[in-house]
Design a protein. Structure first.
Length: 355
């Protein structure tokens, strides 16, 4: 785990949009002593910094009011397979947990295990990679809004009839498909020609290699729609000896700095790592007997060195010392939580948290 050295406040405004049908937990809200809820976070993958920041954010939120003393949180990491996570959920269901919040390895393959947990009276909340099953609460970033904001940016930067390359994300990924399909609608509306597609797989090395191959085959690109990172784009263009073109990217601290250092025409989107903490809140609210929507969608944040482009969503300027930091890890995805979520966390709290 990387050491994060300084505290900083959340720097962009986000809204949590609630959609779907509202339901209530069967147990009424108690007027007596507060019950301590046993809640498990079932995580299917620990192989990137976003997942680690997600876990730490959830853990820190659980130590703060109103959750301190009310939530006993356990994190269980499994191998990145549906079989391994299903076995883990079955084990948790036998251990008396009140709720399980799940970042799923599969949208559907976990359904039997999830159903067994529900039949045991356990509240199940899925987040990020969500489960498509009856009675499961879902928390996710509004990826269609993210893709639309990104695509609107390129539509404003690329002339009608211009040529772009498009990143499809991770093959078979529901998130990648949403980000691809929503953007393609915008490109079609604005007569933008997609001349090449590639799968960046949300990985710096893979993305850089794939973009390099695209640049070798297409010397006249007007823009590039990626699901990787601004530092990945900058490195690929530099290696190819090519001038940067307007681009999109996911949020990293290194990407924010790359945008500044290279004066990039880039729109950076934020998928907040605090989705796990939002799922924790949903679980507690359900257990408290509150009315809770089945689906909670978080509006993405957008960052750029140019906030004059109308993408139909607010854009926050990238500024060193405010949301880009030379002394913090390059992989940091910040802010971790929407600005209207309480309690907030700081980098210092996350870096110093010990389970």
């Amino acid at each position: 785990m990387k050491k994060w050295m300084t505290a900083l406040a959340a720097v962009a405004a986000f809204a949590v949009a609630l959609t779907g049908c509202s339901t209530a937990a069967s147990a009424p809200e108690s007027s007596g002593a507060t019950k301590t809820y046993k809640i498990a976070l079932s995580n299917s993958f620990l192989g990137n910094d976003w997942r680690q920041l997600m876990i730490k954010t959830t853990q820190v939120v659980a130590t703060k009011a109103p959750y301190a003393g009310k939530v006993d949180l356990t994190v269980v990491n499994s191998e990145n397979t549906a079989e391994a996570q299903a076995a883990s959920i079955d084990a948790l269901a036998s251990q008396g947990y009140d709720a399980i919040i799940v970042n799923a390895a599969s949208a559907t393959a976990l359904n039997p295990a999830v159903k067994r947990a529900q039949d045991s009276g356990i509240v199940v909340v899925s987040f990020d990679n969500t489960v498509q099953a009856d009675g499961v609460y879902a928390v996710s970033t509004d990826l269609s809004a993210l893709a639309t904001g990104w695509a609107n940016y390129l539509a404003a930067k690329v002339p009608s009839g211009g040529k772009i390359a498009v990143d499809t994300g991770m093959p078979g990924s529901t998130a990648g498909n949403t980000l691809y399909e929503s953007a393609m609608k915008v490109f079609k509306e604005h007569n933008i020609n997609v001349v090449a597609e590639f799968a960046g797989q949300y990985a710096d090395g893979v993305g850089q290699q794939q973009i390099g191959s695209i640049l070798a085959a297409h010397p006249d690109l007007d823009g590039i729609y990626t699901q990787v990172y601004a530092e990945t784009v900058a490195a690929a263009f530099k290696d190819a000896g090519r001038k940067l073109v307007p681009a999109t990217a996911f949020d990293t601290n290194a990407g924010m700095l790359a945008a500044i250092d290279n004066k990039m025409d880039v729109m950076i989107g934020n998928n907040v790592p605090g989705l796990g903490a939002i799922a924790l809140k949903v679980a507690v609210d359900v257990l408290d007997g509150k009315q809770v929507p089945m689906k909670t969608q978080v509006t993405p944040g957008f960052f750029s060195i140019d906030d004059s482009v109308d993408i139909s969503y607010p854009v926050v300027m990238i500024k060193e010392g405010e949301n880009a930091f030379r002394n913090l890890p390059g992989a940091l995805d910040w802010p971790a939580l929407p600005a209207d979520f309480q309690p907030q966390v700081t980098i210092d709290e996350i870096s110093n948290y010990k389970q």
